[in-house]
Design a protein. Structure first.
Length: 120
């Protein structure tokens, strides 16, 4: 694990995903700034944060654990995006684009986790 977390494709894609989530939530109603918009942003930020924290740990087991947390935050974002779409805070097309990005990121996270799977 000699590389920096910033060199990980998963972290780079997660950072890009955060920017897209922030852009999408800018148009949410004002009364949602600290509610759904804030929750969505927080969950999105936790994805690259957990990747970075896990990579900085001393063992593959810890890295694997934090990748699981990143994956959990990602599915939280997916759920909240569907809620935002159902409330008409974002368009169906915008939701689909973000969900596609989330799915791609999820596959990358799964691959990374599989590559460092700790010994049983």
């Amino acid at each position: 694990m000699g590389q920096s977390y910033r060199e990980l494709i998963a972290w780079q894609k997660a950072m890009d995903f955060v920017m897209h989530v922030y852009t999408a939530t800018k148009t949410f109603p004002r009364d949602e700034v600290y509610a759904l918009a804030g929750q969505l942003r927080k969950a999105a930020v936790f994805v690259p944060t957990n990747i970075a924290e896990g990579q900085a740990r001393y063992s593959p087991q810890e890295f694997h654990f934090f990748l699981g947390r990143a994956r959990g935050s990602l599915v939280e974002v997916e759920t909240e995006l569907l809620i935002a779409k159902n409330l008409n805070y974002i368009s169906a097309e915008q939701a689909e684009r973000l969900l596609d990005k989330a799915a791609e990121l999820g596959k990358i996270l799964n691959g990374l986790a599989a590559s460092i799977k700790p010994a049983a």
